[in-house]
Design a binder for this molecule. Structure first.
Ligand SMILES: NC(=O)c1ccc[n+]([C@@H]2O[C@H](COP(=O)([O-])OP(=O)(O)OC[C@H]3O[C@@H](n4cnc5c(N)ncnc54)[C@H](O)[C@@H]3O)[C@@H](O)[C@H]2O)c1
Length: 306
């Protein structure tokens, strides 16, 4: 089962699971609030169009049992400031799913977020306290708190939280503004415009390619115990570096157009400390920014692929 399977990471995960486990019976749940069916071209499984914040799992699935539930559905627009909707939909969706999975101890792998760390100036480790700076990050922090409590109360139940960092890659266009900066800058440059970045372009992000994120999420199927893990690339890279890499991939020579940053609470730095996830899940990212962006540009603009 994959919730949020019509979304960016979810659809990449669903298609990878289908390829890796061709005999598996896959079911996606999504209410299309940000996802798009076009992301699932070639998908051969079942699809339940339901809002997880109100879904009665028992009514929908009865005694049906799942080997594992990947829970990726979430409001992902971090600029949606309605505190009630963000927390209600994200947290109650998770709670309903846990209530369904608890009696059968079905393995849960859910998407948390690097945003739970808040402002940082060095690599974030999972042991760092949460410091959510917006309501989206707060909803993810509450999900982590619930998961930690559940696993303390039920040590025989495996629940894995994955703190994705700044994910980019195929099938993210439907997200619009919340899509990655890799996508937006590439689109601007492809349209013949100078890439617009905040002054002076030295803010850094742990940009992680979706293929690494999918691989790491699938590794969680084998995890022996519950835990919350970072899933990033492990390296903070600046927006200036990203523009250089895009120029190389697209064969352009654009100079960045530096604009004022209107955001008071802007994350100037994100980087995943990967020690824990390396040893617990055997996760090893395969796509440094140069390689990931190249692979992505070949997918986005096949006419450019060499
Ligand atoms: N993309 C990133 O960089 C990133 C970073 C950190 C965490 N995450 C997390 O990863 C997960 C996937 O994000 P994404 O980037 O693929 O975003 P996305 O918006 O493309 O995918 C989210 C999907 O969930 C669905 N959805 C949302 N609320 C729902 C509900 N109540 N019921 C049913 N379906 C619902 C949407 O329609 C969409 O298809 C999310 O949980 C997100 O918070 C993403």
């Amino acid at each position: 089962m994959v919730t949020g399977g019509a979304g960016f990471i979810g659809s990449n995960l669903v298609l990878a699971l289908q390829e890796k486990f061709p005999k598996a019976r896959l079911t996606v749940i999504d209410d299309f609030r940000s996802g798009d069916f076009k992301n699932l071209v070639g998908y051969r499984g079942d699809f339940v169009a339901q809002n997880l914040a109100t879904l009665d799992w028992q009514d929908q699935f009865g005694e049906e049992k799942f080997d594992a539930i990947f829970h990726l559905a979430s409001i992902t627009d971090t600029t949606l400031h309605d505190q009630f909707i963000q927390v209600h939909d994200n947290v109650e969706s998770f709670r309903r799913l846990l209530n369904f999975a608890r009696p059968t101890r079905t393995r849960i792998i859910y998407a948390s977020s690097a945003s739970t760390y808040g402002p940082a100036s060095e690599a974030s480790a999972e042991s760092n306290g949460a410091a959510p700076a917006n309501i989206y990050a707060f909803s993810k922090t509450i999900m982590d708190n619930i998961a930690i409590r559940e696993t303390k109360e039920s040590p025989d139940w495996t629940i894995i939280g994955l703190r994705y960092f700044n994910v980019y890659g195929p099938r993210e266009a439907h997200k619009g503004v919340p899509a990655s900066m890799v996508y937006h800058l590439a689109q601007q440059m492809k349209a013949g415009q100078r890439p617009r970045i905040f002054k002076q372009g030295e803010q850094k992000r742990d940009f992680v390619y979706v293929k690494d994120v999918v691989e790491g999420s699938i590794l969680a199927l084998e995890a022996r115990e519950s835990g919350i893990y970072n899933l990033g690339c492990g390296q903070a890279r600046s927006f200036n570096e990203l523009v250089d890499i895009l120029n190389k991939c697209l064969g352009t020579k654009f100079v960045a157009d530096y604009i004022d940053n209107p955001h008071a609470h802007y994350q100037n730095f994100t980087e995943a400390d990967l020690d824990k996830v390396r040893s617990a899940l055997g996760y090893q990212p395969q796509f440094p920014l140069e390689t990931g962006v190249k692979d992505y540009m070949n997918w986005l603009y096949p006419e450019n692929a060499k």
